[in-house]
Design a binder for this molecule. Structure first.
Ligand SMILES: [Zn+2]
Length: 323
């Protein structure tokens, strides 16, 4: 099984297990990246850093891991609990034409998306000396124009898919929860097609919990381990972990990541890879399997998970039968 780890690299810190994306806190990049590299090197894991252009001056030079591109458009104040911060990339704001002020890429025209991705890519090349082949859209939000723009920039991998989920700013609802990399269709990025790039969805646990050390706050580490076993026992060709760099400045989340990597690395036939080393795998259906979650110990989550599974099955049945 191939295992990839994608780190959205941005400023910020952690409060009570939650990432607060405060631009004033540079340690989210400086310390977070350093700590994650140390951890990865200990377990021979490989990290793909999806780097925001505005953070490059704080990103370590000459690392042995992969560098991709992460784009947060717009520039607006964001309030959450007692915190307040500016969301949006300062470099892109100062160097790109943005006719609107939206935090989601899909709201922008093709020309404006092309401008942001091209300038972001060139800035990463200029400052970090690596041409990004991997992309992550801020807030998981993209559209067919984004895919076109990525292909024009020779970016061959997108890691923005949270399968089976839709919100007001992104839509990945057509993908099954357990989804493997696929070539998208030009007329619908959620459909399989023949475009020359791969969409590589993030692995997700039952209840659509993204596989990340950050999810252990809500679901518990055992839940995420159960998800790994769900994939591993069915010989899934790929397992995709994602996280945000500020989380690696927090002792609790660092410890969760270390325990998770230690757990994975003890299994047989695990190959840690960079995203750009991934190829499309032969077609294989990996079914949702709730058994590993029985041993995860979080019975309240399990109970609601089972209800949800039956609800989804019911929906699928209705969809298949057009009712
Ligand atoms: Zn981000």
């Amino acid at each position: 099984m191939d295992v990839i780890i994608v780190c959205h690299t941005e400023f910020g810190f952690v409060s009570n297990g939650e990432v607060i994306y405060d631009k004033a806190v540079k340690s989210g990049v400086e310390e977070g990246v350093k700590n994650l590299i140390s951890l990865a090197d200990k377990y021979n894991a490989k990290i793909t850093f999806a780097v925001c252009p505005e953070v490059v001056d704080y990103f370590p030079k000459n690392i042995k891991h992969e560098i991709g591109l992460h784009i947060h458009p717009g520039y607006a104040r964001y309030n959450y609990k007692n915190f307040s911060w500016i969301a949006g990339d300062l470099y892109l704001k100062e160097n790109c034409k943005q006719s609107i002020n939206s935090s989601v890429l899909k709201d922008y025209s093709y020309e404006e998306q092309l401008d942001m991705v091209t300038k972001g890519r060139n800035y990463i090349i200029q400052k970090l000396g690596m041409d990004p082949k991997v992309f992550v859209a801020g807030r998981w939000s993209l559209n067919n124009n984004t895919i076109k723009v990525l292909i024009e920039n020779k970016i061959a991998y997108d890691c923005s898919a949270v399968a089976h989920v839709r919100s007001d700013h992104y839509d990945w609802s057509k993908l099954p929860r357990i989804s493997m990399p696929y070539h998208p269709d030009a007329s619908d990025y959620q459909e399989k097609g023949n475009l020359g790039m791969l969409i590589v969805p993030v692995s997700q646990a039952l209840l659509n919990g993204i596989v990340s050390p950050e999810s252990t706050i809500k679901y518990g580490l055992s839940w995420i381990k159960a998800c790994f076993l769900e994939y591993y026992k069915q010989k899934s060709p790929l397992f995709h972990i994602c996280l945000h760099s500020p989380s690696m400045t927090d002792a609790h989340l660092l410890s969760a990541m270390e325990k998770f990597l230690s757990f994975i690395s003890k299994k047989e036939n695990i190959n840690f890879k960079f995203v750009s080393e991934i190829k499309e795998y032969p077609e294989k259906t990996i079914r949702g399997n709730i058994l590993p979650y029985f041993f995860a110990g979080n019975y309240n989550i399990l109970k609601s998970g089972i209800k949800k599974v039956f609800k989804i099955r019911n929906e699928q049945y209705h969809r298949q039968n057009n009712i």
